[in-house]
Design a binder for this molecule. Sequence first.
Ligand code: SAH
Ligand code: AVI
Length: 783
Amino acid sequence: MTDTHTPGQKFEGATALASERSGTLHGEALAALGRDVREGLGSGPKSLSSRWLYEGVGSDLFELITELVEYYPTRAERAILDEHAKEIVLISGATSVIELGSGTSAKTRVLLDAFYDVEQLEAFVALDATEQALLDSIDALVERYPRTAVSGVMADFNEDLSCVPEGSGRLLAFLGGTIGNFGPAARAGSLSRFADLLGEGEHLLLGTDLVKHPRRLVAAYDDSQGVTAAFEKNVLHVINANLGSDFDPDRFEYVVRWNTQTEIIEMGLRSLGAQDVMIPDLGLSVHFDDGEEVRTEISAKFRLDGVARELASAGFAVLRQFQDAAGDFALTLARRESSRARVVGEPLVEKSNGPSSASPSASVEGYREVRAATEALAECLSAEDQTVQSMPDVSPTKWHLGHVTWFFEQFALMSHGSGYRPIDDGYLYLFNSYYESAGRRHARAERGLLSRPGVVEIKTYRHSVDESMERLLVAGSSAEVSALVELGLHHEQQHQELILMDIKHVLGISPLAPSYSPDSTGKIFTDATQTIGWVAHDGGPVEVGVDSPSNAAGGMDFTSGFVFDNESPGHTVWLDPFAIADRLVTAGDWLEFMQDGGYDHANLWLADGWAVNQAERREAPLYWSKGRNGWEVFTLHGRQPLGLNEPVVHVSYYEADAFARWAGLRLPTEAEWEAVATVSSPPEVKAVALHPRPAKPVTFKNELRQLFGEVWQWTSSAYLPYPRFKPLKGMVGEYNGKFMVGQHVLRGSSSITSPGHARATYRNFFPPGARWPFTGVRLAKDI
Ligand code: SAH
Ligand code: AVI
């Protein structure tokens, strides 16, 4: 080392940076390493700051990572810069660029070239904590941009940023997805500090890696050549070189995990055997249990709307969000707002973890929560209400209550509860829905002819099964039982929705139009029409579906979250460029279709749809009727005037298809829907709403509203097995697979879907004529 640099030290050109690649730290950096190691390894769970990964050979290893076939982020961000750098120059009007965590600034050159070419690059400042990274970049940049003041600042971007030169017309670039190496709270803090650093009207350019198929995400951080493993292990060499310790990197193995809940890649080192390591310079001895892990890094993955929300919370207005063709990565250009305009109602840190919005789990608490939610739905219904079957597709409420209980009795207790005896053999017959392997059953269309068992006996049946189930769960169940219970809970959530849509039909055929719930606060009337905006997708190969844990390759647990077998396996689909509507079709849109003779022109309709219309005299969506003052709609709150801005609901596939044809547009395929939904935030529905609600105004560009929680959206895709689909093993194999003919896929979720039940890969399905579910329309078009 010829020179010792203090943090925040500024280098003009490269002259001061001539030092060797020793990885030896000094001064404040060394003290900071000591503090981090003491804090991170001193008490469990153990972790180390990712800052130190880049010391020594770390920055070279990172460069190798950026060239790996599996590691797409660098290439994807470069492609975005190639395409949009000029736009960024134009829109920002910036005259200097400051890059945080600049590394070698290799792909930043694409951006800098665009500024330089139009004589708009007065200054470029590269800020990085690693001296080596600065060394590797500054020389070349000085040469490349002779008319620009190029400088390097060695500093920790988590600390005071006062070393960043003041000025105006600055663009702060934070590229590569490095913001994902912070946890949510640290991220909120950093974005706020970036906002503080900038003046009103200055800009931030933020690179974020997007959520995608877990297989690709895990591969990007678990490359076949082991470069990432060496990079993460390098931190042990750095500690040895600087704090005199004797870590043996061979006694640790690299581990990587995709956390579906937090949407974070977690990386760490696992101790191979119990061991004690001395760190003399800290006077510390660290004990590792066999298998104990040290977190070395996290890499959060984002969704476009999440990025926009976090930026808005920090005081930025999003101007543009660019993506690469495959939708793998996003670059967001944002402008510093005058005042910290936090989005009303949005918490600074995303995702509150209220229990009711989480996917159900196979624990006693998880079981109780779902079972209680089902019973709550029946509380406001009389025994008579619960007995009626208004058409063969509808089941009486009390039958649903019995059937979901039978599911646990038949599949969990009878197969896995030692010595379990069924409560009543008659119930096994009555409450079997369609499982041939479970024996004979009562005819579906005759479920409403049974006065017995009554609601009280069915309640007793439920509680007896609950007691046995809780005993089974407390005894500690096998993985097989846990999987069956989890399936049973998701199955019960599906019936929660069925209970509501079925009772709506039961009440809806009554001339009295009774209300399921007299409280009509769910109803929102707005008549301001909102034009449809279009969100474009470049097409190309997209990953759809997801590997269920049972068929994930190599036993790696890619998805700890529950999925139905029909969402699996994950696979690649080719899409042509398309655009999708940013809101649902409204009742007002539908009235226009009707007023234009939509139901009268056979040429708009598929032959089967036209025949159903004639046979059943379908001339409007189900539950619409002409009242004295115009159109009315029957809802679970009773009959109400039709709100023009509410989404149209209770239309068949045939109607959806005819409407799209009338509009000169089309329905999306299920892969198109999924491709755009996976980059939006997952549904965070906390409670059901008895009637779908109008779209909220757009808050950021390309916002896709109403993806979840209003109406299921018909897709043009037939409900078919995914390539290499395998039904679940055993009796529950009949759950989905045998229905894969003659139906259409619906995506999203509805306002009566249970909280925690929906996800982007979810495949709902109904026959094309069905319209008693909460079914609606989102349009698409070719571009
Ligand atoms: N922006 C580049 C490099 C990303 S690698 C790209 O997109 O490819 C992350 C960079 O951040 C490394 O150069 C590393 O040295 C730097 N870095 C990591 N932690 C840091 C910290 N706390 N302060 C400043 N720089 C840091
Ligand atoms: C710098 N950062 C964005 C990289 C990432 O993808 O999170 C660091 C990395 N770690 C392992 N591979 C890449």
